[in-house]
Design a protein. Structure first.
Length: 457
C-alpha cells in the first residue's frame, strides 16, 4: 500500500511538472500568474539586499544611522540598498519603485538591468525615471512579443491610438499631435501592412478624414475604401490629389489668419499657431494621408514623368513642413526610402519625425529609417527574424528606441470596421472628386428551404 501511494505521488508530481512546462511554452501569461509571479516575488524579497550589493547599487548609510547601529548592536555598519517601495504585480510582470541614494542616477540602475533579470528569474528588466531620486523597475515575466495582447486600458484619445505592444509590456501609442508625421519601412511580409491595417482600423472610429495614395492599384488600401474620403491608386491620380491637399492646407492657414486678425499677405512660415486654437465650430477636421509604397511616386521612365515626380515631391515636402499646424498628417510607408530615389527624398525624410522599421533586406535600409535619429537601433532592426512578422524597431528624435510588435488583425475584420464607421467620415468638399467607389455589400443568400421528410408508415 505504501509503495502504491509513493508511485501515485510521484506520478502526480511528474504530471504537475509536465503541465507547468507545457503552460510555460504554450500559455506564458497563465504560467506567470500561477507559478512565475509567486516564485519571482520570493526571489526578490529574499535576495534584494544581496543582489543590490552585488550590482554595486548600495550606498553608505547616513552618519546618524551608523552611529545608532554601533551604539545599540556594536556590529559592523554595512552599505544599504535603495529604499524599496511596494511591489505591484501585473498581468505581465512586477513594478517596483526605488528611491536612489545621494550620488546615484537612473543610469546606474539601468546598467545593472541584465544582472537583476538573472537574479530574480524574469524575462527582462526595464528602468523608467519617475522624478528626481525615484525610478521604477518594470519586471517583465515572459516574452510579451511572442503572442501580442494589447493592454485593456489603452492610452487612447483623439488622434491618439494604440497600435502595437512594446517589449516592456506597454502600448505603443501613435499620437499624431505629438509626432505629426511618420515613416514606416519594411520588406515584403515583414508586417508593415499589418501595422497600417491596425492604424486605419483604430482611426476609422474617430471623426478624422482619411486619404490614401496606393500606387499598387489600390490592393492595400482599397479594402478600407468605405471609410476613405479620397484614394489615389496610381501616380497620375496622386499627382491630382496632392495639389488639392496643398490647397486645402493653404485655405486652413487663411482661416487661422482671418480668425487671429493677421494680414492675409503674411507668409505661412511666420504663423506659429494652428487649427487647434480655433473655436470648435470653426475648426476643420484633421486629415491623415496614408502613402503606401512611396517609392512608386519617385520612379520615372520618361522626361514627362520626371516633371510630374518633381511636382509631387514638392507638394509632399510642403505638406510635411507646414501640414501639422493645418491638421494634416502624413503616414509614409515603403520598402526603401533612400537618396537613390531622386532629389527631395532626404529633405522629405528629415520632416518625418516618427520612425518604424520592420525587417529589412539590408543594413542600408535600416540606416535610412533609424540611422539619423537612433544609430544604436540599426543593429536591432537588422536582427529581426523572418519568422516574427510584425516585429519592428521604433525610434524617436530623442535617440531612444524600443522593439514593438503589431497584433494580428484580419483583413476582413479591418474592412468591416471601416464599413461600419463610414458615416463618421467628415465631409471635405475639395476631396469629393477623389472619393473611391464602394460597391454595395451583397446580401447573404438564404439556403434552400428544408422540406420535412415524411415519417415512415
Amino acid at each position: 500500500m505504501t509503495d502504491l501511494l509513493t508511485w501515485a505521488e510521484l506520478g502526480g508530481s511528474l504530471t504537475a511538472i509536465s503541465g507547468a512546462v507545457y503552460a510555460r511554452r504554450a500559455h506564458p501569461a497563465a504560467y506567470w500568474s500561477t507559478v512565475g509571479l509567486p516564485a519571482s516575488m520570493v526571489r526578490l524579497l529574499a535576495s534584494y539586499s544581496s543582489t543590490m550589493d552585488a550590482c554595486g547599487l548600495t550606498a553608505e548609510p547616513p552618519r546618524w544611522r551608523a552611529l545608532a547601529v554601533r551604539a545599540t548592536t556594536r556590529r559592523e555598519v554595512r552599505p544599504v540598498p535603495p529604499r524599496r517601495g511596494m511591489i505591484r504585480p501585473t498581468s505581465t510582470g512586477l513594478r517596483i519603485r526605488l528611491r536612489l541614494a545621494p550620488g546615484q542616477e537612473p543610469a546606474d540602475v539601468a546598467a545593472s538591468a541584465e544582472r537583476l533579470r538573472h537574479a530574480w528569474g524574469v524575462h527582462a528588466v526595464y528602468v523608467r525615471d519617475i522624478k528626481p531620486g525615484v525610478v521604477e523597475l518594470r519586471l517583465v515575466g515572459f516574452d510579451v512579443l511572442r503572442k501580442v495582447r494589447l493592454p485593456k486600458r489603452g492610452d487612447s484619445g483623439f488622434l491618439r491610438v494604440p497600435v502595437a505592444l512594446r517589449e516592456d509590456a506597454t502600448a505603443f501609442v501613435r499620437d499624431y499631435q505629438a509626432v505629426p508625421h511618420e515613416l514606416v519601412l519594411g520588406a515584403t511580409l515583414s508586417g508593415k501592412s499589418m501595422f497600417l491595417r491596425n492604424l486605419i482600423a483604430k482611426l476609422a472610429a474617430q471623426p478624422v478624414v482619411l486619404a490614401g495614395i496606393d500606387c499598387k492599384r489600390g490592393v492595400e488600401l482599397a479594402p478600407f475604401a468605405a471609410r476613405f474620403s479620397a484614394l489615389a491608386t496610381d501616380p497620375e491620380q496622386a499627382a491630382e490629389l496632392l495639389p488639392v491637399l496643398v490647397k486645402e492646407m493653404e485655405d486652413r492657414y487663411d482661416l487661422i489668419k482671418a480668425r487671429q486678425g493677421i494680414a492675409l499677405g503674411t507668409p505661412d512660415e511666420l504663423i506659429t499657431s494652428d487649427v487647434w486654437g480655433l473655436p470648435e465650430d470653426e475648426r476643420p477636421s484633421p486629415i491623415v494621408l496614408f502613402i503606401d509604397e512611396v517609392a512608386e511616386l519617385f520612379l520615372v521612365a520618361t522626361r514627362k514623368e520626371e516633371e510630374r515626380r518633381d511636382e509631387m515631391v514638392t507638394h509632399l515636402i510642403r505638406l510635411a513642413q507646414l501640414g501639422r499646424a493645418a491638421g494634416i498628417y502624413l503616414e509614409v510607408c515603403g520598402q526603401r526610402f533612400g537618396a537613390e530615389l531622386g532629389k527631395g527624398v532626404t529633405m522629405l525624410r528629415a520632416q518625418l519625425t516618427g520612425r518604424v522599421c520592420h525587417r529589412v533586406n539590408d543594413e542600408a535600409s535600416a540606416k535610412m529609417a533609424l540611422g539619423d535619429i537612433a544609430p544604436e537601433a540599426v543593429h536591432a532592426a537588422c536582427a529581426i527574424a523572418p519568422e516574427l512578422p510584425g516585429l519592428a524597431v521604433v525610434g524617436d528624435t530623442s535617440g531612444g528606441w524600443s522593439r514593438i510588435r503589431t497584433p494580428y488583425l484580419s483583413l476582413a475584420d479591418a474592412a468591416a470596421t471601416c464599413r461600419e464607421a463610414a458615416h463618421l467620415a467628415p465631409d471635405i468638399p475639395a476631396l469629393t472628386p477623389f472619393r473611391p467607389y464602394v460597391p454595395p455589400v451583397p446580401a447573404k443568400e438564404s439556403g434552400p428551404a428544408t422540406v420535412p421528410r415524411p415519417l415512415p408508415e
